[in-house]
Design a protein around this ligand. Structure first.
Ligand SMILES: [Zn+2]
Length: 287
C-alpha cells in the first residue's frame, strides 16, 4: 500500500496518459477479438472523433488541475472532510479507511450523482447529449464529452474531493480507476455471462452500462454508475436488458452527419432545445 500511495502522490502527466491510452488500447484490442456487436462502421473515423473529445477533456482537466490540487492540499492541511472526521482528526487518517470511503464517495458524487443530474437538469443534459449521440458504442466512447460537460464533471470532482477530504494520492488513484472502468464499461466486448454477472455485483460491466446508451427513454435513464454498480441498485435506477435488442444513439438527434461532425457536435448545447419524443408503444428489453 505504501508504494501505491507513493506512486500516486508523485504520478507524472506522462504516466497518467499511459494509463488512459493504455486502457483504451487494451479494451480496443479485446473488442477486436471478441466483439458483442459486429463493427460495421468505420472504426478509425469513429475513433478519431472520440479522440478529439478525449483530448478536449484532457485539456479542460489540465487547465483546471490547479483547483483540484489546491483543494486536495487544503483539505489535507486543515483535516477537513469525511475521512478526517471519521478518523477523529488524527493528522494521518487510516489509509484503508481513506481508500474505501474515499473511492465510494468520490465515485458516488463525481460519477453517479453528476451523471444522474446531467439527465435531470436541462442545461446539463444539453452538454451530455454529445456523449449519448454516439451511434456506435465502444471503449473510445468513454471520454466523448463536450468540453462544457468536462467542466461540469470537473466541478463535481472538486466537490467530492472537498467532502471526502481526499489527499492527492487518492484523487489520482480514483481518476485512474474511473477512466479505466469507464473504458471497460463502454467497450464492445462479449463477456461470458457468469463473469459479467459476478462482476456486476460490485462494478459496472459493459453488459450493465450499454442499456444507458439505448436511443430512447426510459431505458437511457438507467444505470448511471461508473465504477460501483450498487448506486443504481440503491437508487432504483438499475435495469437489466438483453443487450442484443439495444439500438445506440439518441432519438432527438438521429441524423448521422450531425453526430459525426466535430463542429456540429460542439454547437449542440447552444441550439434550440429538442423536447423529449413520446412513443405510443412501450418497449420491453428486459433480460
Ligand atoms: Zn448518460
Amino acid at each position: 500500500m505504501e508504494q501505491i500511495i507513493e506512486y500516486f502522490n508523485n504520478i507524472s502527466s506522462a504516466h497518467r496518459s499511459i494509463i488512459l491510452f493504455g486502457g483504451l488500447t487494451l479494451f480496443m484490442l479485446i473488442e477486436t477479438g471478441i466483439p458483442l456487436f459486429k463493427f460495421d462502421f468505420n472504426r478509425w473515423k469513429h475513433l478519431g472523433l472520440n479522440l478529439f473529445f478525449t483530448f478536449t477533456t484532457i485539456l479542460v482537466n489540465f487547465l483546471m488541475a490547479f483547483i483540484l490540487i489546491n483543494t486536495s492540499i487544503w483539505v489535507t492541511d486543515n483535516a477537513f472532510g469525511i475521512i478526517h472526521w471519521i478518523s477523529s482528526f488524527r493528522s494521518e487518517p487510516n489509509v484503508w479507511i481513506s481508500l474505501i470511503v474515499g473511492m465510494l464517495i468520490m465515485d458516488f458524487i463525481s460519477a453517479w450523482f453528476a451523471h444522474w443530474a446531467s439527465h435531470k437538469v436541462r442545461w446539463m443534459w444539453r452538454f451530455h447529449i454529445i456523449h449519448h449521440s454516439d451511434m456506435n458504442i465502444d471503449a473510445s466512447s468513454a471520454n466523448r464529452h463536450h468540453p462544457g460537460e468536462s467542466v461540469i464533471r470537473f466541478s463535481f470532482t472538486v466537490l467530492a474531493v472537498l467532502l471526502v477530504g481526499a489527499p492527492i494520492w487518492l484523487v489520482m488513484l480514483y481518476q485512474a480507476c474511473s477512466a479505466f472502468l469507464s473504458q471497460f464499461n463502454h467497450s464492445n466486448i462479449k463477456m461470458p455471462k457468469w463473469l459479467d454477472d459476478t462482476l456486476m455485483w460490485v462494478i459496472c460491466t459493459p453488459n450493465m452500462h450499454r442499456v444507458h446508451h439505448h436511443y430512447r427513454q426510459p431505458y437511457s435513464d438507467s444505470n448511471y454508475g461508473n465504477i460501483f454498480s450498487f448506486w443504481d441498485r440503491i437508487f432504483k435506477t438499475f435495469k437489466r436488458v438483453k443487450n442484443q435488442k439495444l439500438r445506440y444513439g439518441l432519438d432527438t438527434h438521429p441524423e448521422v452527419h450531425e453526430v459525426t461532425n466535430v463542429i456540429s457536435l460542439l454547437k449542440i448545447p447552444f441550439q434550440t432545445y429538442r423536447p423529449e419524443i413520446r412513443y405510443a408503444d412501450d418497449e420491453n428489453l428486459e433480460d
